[in-house]
Design a protein around this ligand. Structure first.
Ligand code: SF4
Length: 337
């Protein structure tokens, strides 16, 4: 008799009761929608949005099933995936000891001149993948033991993700879903994701609209990004961790410090503290490198200094934000189950 996929947990055959016990009683948000049939309905509605696309804040209003003309994200009916696998470079609460199950989607709805993944985001390196193959990718990451499914750069493939998720949930997917976006998400997309996503991990790239226009070609980024973060927090609340510090549900914000304060760090942190929550889990990132077209902008053509990073941490303290991700490679030890 064939073995059903949902009887496996990290590659080991277990009963459904044992699996729930191993997961500490955790159930990802999308399973409730799956049981009621609402997940399939969301996937169906999202597929219609592709025909007059408003699935990110670009509002291209193009039928992506017919043409790529006018499609900023250069992605048609099928998602393009660059790579997938357990990722050990994410925040401690995502990577844990078995890794975060990352899927890197190619192309992007933003146009950051300093993009660190420009070969994927600007050049679209990757392969088109149908919903069933994407569902298999999700299930394979679960079978490898990853702590979560980490959708990297998913804003322009919300419809394709929902279609795959419905198939994967039917076939036993039980991991929390991380929406790891640039934070340029439309209310329409976020409405489709309400009750689907467990962990929202948006960037807050800028605190100044003029700089967002200049470096990412997104003049309305600050307004759109703040509205998106507000909605994400409304849906999932502050980030909750298990006793062994694994993220289960909530909001995790990333902010990349740019040279010379270009990212508007103070405005971003003040917004989070005053309008979202002082309990916001925050990764203030120090890994900026001048890549892709950053060399064309002298102010972007250097790494940040130690003092600049220290000032960003001081600002977080000033605004009462204390849940700062502290990544310490010395303490990271790979453990396999
Ligand atoms: S996802 Fe965004 S960038 Fe892509 S076609 Fe739709 S509105 Fe345009």
């Amino acid at each position: 008799m064939p073995i059903r996929r949902e009887e496996f947990y990290f590659g080991v055959k277990v009963s459904p009761v044992a699996r729930r016990a191993l997961q500490g009683g955790f159930e990802p948000a999308y399973l409730k929608l799956h049981r009621s049939g609402a997940l399939a309905e969301r996937a169906r509605i999202a597929d219609q949005h592709i025909e007059d696309c408003d699935l990110c804040a670009r509002y291209c209003r193009v039928n992506r099933k017919r043409t790529l003309a006018g499609v900023v994200c250069r992605t048609g009916e099928l998602a393009v995936v660059n790579s997938s696998g357990p990722h050990h470079g994410e925040e401690d609460c995502l990577r844990g000891w078995r890794g975060s199950g990352a899927i890197f989607f190619s192309w992007c709805n933003m146009r950051c001149v300093f993009c660190q993944n420009w070969e994927i985001s600007w050049k679209g390196h990757g392969e088109e993948i149908a919903a069933r193959e994407l569902a298999d990718t999700l299930l394979n990451l679960q079978a490898m033991g990853c702590h979560n499914i980490n959708l990297v750069n998913p804003s322009h493939v919300v419809a394709q993700v929902l279609a795959a998720l419905e198939i994967a949930a039917r076939n036993g997917l039980r991991l929390p879903l991380v929406y790891n976006s640039g934070g340029y998400d439309s209310p329409e997309a976020l409405a489709l994701l309400d009750g689907v996503i467990d962990i929202y991990m948006p960037d807050m790239k800028y605190g100044d609209a003029d700089l967002a226009r200049e470096y990412s070609h997104t003049p309305d980024y600050v307004r759109v990004n703040r509205a998106a973060v507000r909605e994400m927090h409304r849906q999932v609340g502050d980030l909750k961790l298990t006793a062994d510090n694994i993220a289960r549900r909530g909001l995790l914000v990333r902010h990349l410090v740019l040279p010379g304060g270009i990212a508007g760090t103070e405005a971003v942190l003040r917004f989070l503290a005053e309008e979202i929550s002082r309990e916001t889990y925050l990764n203030i990132m120090d890994q900026y490198r001048p890549t892709y077209r950053a060399g064309e902008y002298p102010e972007l053509d250097r790494m940040i200094t130690h003092d600049e990073y220290r000032q960003a941490l001081d600002l977080a303290r000033k605004y009462g934000l204390k849940r700062i991700d502290r990544r310490c490679s010395e303490s990271w030890v790979v453990r396999w189950p």
